[in-house]
Design a binder for this molecule. Structure first.
Ligand SMILES: *Cc1c(COP(=O)(O)O)cnc(C)c1O
Length: 370
């Protein structure tokens, strides 16, 4: 069959063969236990108990797996997926390389929990330089990194890691599988939050691990079953429903980010602008080769917390909110959460509003912020 393009793939991802009289996407199946065959027990049907088995979840996993190009297991949140992956793969005495500038709670988990279990944690900036990978069990890359938006060269780092016998996982949250396919770029595993652009409606938490290797995915499945970090059926169904519009949402978000990046680049009252799609951005050379589309997120500095407050107060179309990738444009002053960004640092996530409206609103709000 001819390979379909992104929009088509999203609309059809994970859907069962059509059945007359049935919906395109079957409704959520709510069950803790399922009926068992009284003689054969759980051996003859896939569904026995809700923690390991749920058909709504399996359809979502088929969908995300199709988009990533591998097998997929979904989790209750991105953090559950990442910590689950780390605890599945790492043993006392192992060394893991994590991004120094990536999602802050992952670093906190590493220093609080992994280090306490006797795992050696090395932090490397996403843009490099990376330490030698000899003796390393796992290299986790986050690209583009949240919130700084630096980019890691996945094929080059995967080659180096594999030569040293290390595994490579890529956090694909910011890019989504339409923006970048880490498994095709040489990564062994993808891990991500589906809470952000993947599902895009700011109404659920989700995470997933994807891989082409059953040897890697089977222990992740076993980990999820024993720890129980599964999403509920309704969230899985909402996520699957939302996937159909991923291509459309990303197209508008990327267009909006491009327009805002060009606006912000011209403003003397904005510093530190980062967007990998800008030709002058340090991440652009690698991003333009390995990414299939640019993210709807950009970051910049307004100098201090007060000015960020005035900007958000004046903006009608930019809501103060954390997280990113949703339909509504949002901005987050990251330092308010206690991470290590400067006080005026803003991560702005473009929604799907009309570009002219957004550009006018941000222009007016920056003028009003002084
Ligand atoms: C949000 C995020 C996570 C964690 O996802 P949750 O769904 O909030 O648990 C992990 N990695 C990155 C890059 C994120 O942005």
């Amino acid at each position: 069959m001819r390979a379909h393009h992104d929009g088509t793939r999203c609309v059809h991802a994970g859907l069962p063969e059509p059945v007359p009289g049935q919906p395109f996407l079957p409704g959520p199946v709510f069950a803790a236990p399922y009926h068992l065959d009284p003689w054969a027990g759980p051996a003859v049907a896939p569904n026995g108990y809700g923690r390991p088995d749920n058909p709504t979840r399996r359809l979502l996993e088929a969908a995300i797996g199709e988009l990533e190009g591998g097998g997929c297991r979904v989790f209750a949140s991105g953090q559950a997926a990442i910590t689950g992956l780390l605890l599945t793969l790492l043993r006392p005495g192992d060394t893991v390389v994590l991004p120094a500038d990536g999602y802050f709670p992952v670093r906190a988990f590493a220093t609080d929990t992994l280090a306490g279990l006797g795992v050696r944690v090395l932090l490397a900036p996403t843009a490099g330089p990376y330490p030698p990978f000899d003796g390393v069990r796992l290299v986790l890359l986050e690209t583009p990194a949240n919130p700084g938006l630096d980019v890691a060269d996945v094929p080059a780092l995967a080659e180096r890691a594999h030569a040293a016998g290390a595994l490579v996982a890529v956090d694909n949250t910011t890019a989504t599988p339409l923006g970048q396919r880490p498994l095709e770029l040489g990564a062994d595993l993808v891990v991500a939050s589906g809470t952000k652009a993947l599902t895009g409606h700011s109404d659920l938490l989700l995470g997933y691990v994807a891989s082409r290797s059953a040897e890697l995915l089977d222990p992740v499945t076993a980990w999820r079953t024993v720890t129980g970090a599964v999403p509920g059926a309704f969230d899985a169904w909402l996520a699957h429903r939302s996937l159909a519009t991923l291509d459309l949402r990303l197209a508008r978000q990327t267009a909006n980010a491009g327009a805002l990046a060009r606006l912000l680049a011209e403003r003397p009252d904005v510093t530190g602008l980062r967007w990998p799609g800008l030709p002058g951005d340090p991440a652009h050379p690698v991003a333009s080769v390995q990414m299939r589309r640019m993210p709807g997120v950009l970051s910049f500095d307004l100098g201090d917390a007060d000015r960020v407050g005035r900007f958000l107060d004046a903006a009608r179309l930019v809501a103060a909110a954390t997280s990113f990738g949703g339909l509504h444009t949002t901005a987050d002053r990251r330092a308010q959460w206690g991470d290590d960004t400067p006080p005026g640092f803003v991560r702005l996530s473009c929604g799907v509003e009309d570009t002219v409206d957004l550009v006018a609103d941000v222009t007016g709000a920056l003028d009003a912020a002084g």
